[in-house]
Design a protein around this ligand. Sequence first.
Ligand code: C5P
Length: 400
Amino acid sequence: MENSVLLIVSGGIAAVKCPQLIRNLVKKGITTRCILTRGGAQFVTPLSLAALSGEKVYEDLFSLTDESEMGHIELSRSADLVVVAPATAHILARMAAGLADDLASTALLATDKPVMVAPAMNVRMWEHPATRQNLQTLRDRGITIIGPEQGEMACGEFGLGRMSEPEDIAGTIEKFFKSGKRLDGKRALVTSGPTFEAIDPVRYIANRSSGKQGHAIAAALAGLGADTTLVSGPSNEPEPRGVSVIHVQSAREMLAACEGALPADIAVCAAAVSDWRSADAAPSKLKKNGSAPPPLELALNPDILATLSAAGNKRPALVVGFAAETNDLIEHATQKRLTKGCDWILANDVSADKGTFGGQDNTVHLISDQGVEDWPKMSKQAVADKLAERIADTLEGAQS
Ligand code: C5P
């Protein structure tokens, strides 16, 4: 099936590069349909975009003809990928705020497809805290940011903010389509976040896990085409697009949800599961009777990673665990791989000074039967992408 892009052209001088971008995409066999914003139409004509793409160009949210031919919801979902190029500071802000005040922003809010943006703006606008924050919001939602580049700008200033070259944007889009399907037909199960273990209806035992890494892994596996189920403990992370999310509280609920999601080809246990729970959670709030604290007897929780690794004919072909350690990282993680019976362990140092819990970055070591591989410090998103690619390499290797 032919790949298709919905290209949203917003109002920046870089819109003049869009005809070249369309040429590049069409040459790569990618069907390109355009939405041109009012601002975009100041720089490039609908006629030129239509002529190069060979498709109708959409401009007005309330055009009755367009709505009867193709409603904005359908338009937003008819393509495999939505690309905003150039993406002005204004459209990025509207996306971050969830506004729907023209056809472009409405399509962006209505789409259920992956979205990429290629920002283009003056360096001061690029560096403004509002833009930084909007970009972080978009990144957190799984939107891919292409560029921008450093260079001379139309306004005469020099710095970051120049839209990436059309060839580079088209290259990123092509890579997305080529790599996008490596895990097509595979089922993945990911655990993420902490677990909450009730002491009574009000109090619970928990830990500092944010769910950032596990959610990013689920998004990356789904991005490669895997049918992905994310079993998540309580987390403030947004639900990744295209992933079925099962929300749980306790380790026992997490195990039941994981077993219910089998069979799977891949399991990645990134959750920080509480090792213990209250042996006897009180049905009503414990009272502060006098000064003596109530005794808290703990019971051992099931080990989800070990259970999945020993699931007999339901065992996923590749089971990956994490080892969060504060000392003797490699030694402990190597031992953990053997005791849990999983295939790979990603070992990470969670000492307080590393800022791993809740932070953006992670430094991990991949431990397998092949030995230890040190990965450089990178964002949790990049760790997730690299892991998903490695999983795809391994499953493809096993098939051939
Ligand atoms: O034993 P430890 O908690 O250090 O092991 C960490 C790894 O085991 C992680 O992959 C975590 O998701 C998984 N785990 C689990 N169930 C538990 C405890 C840990 O799946 N009860």
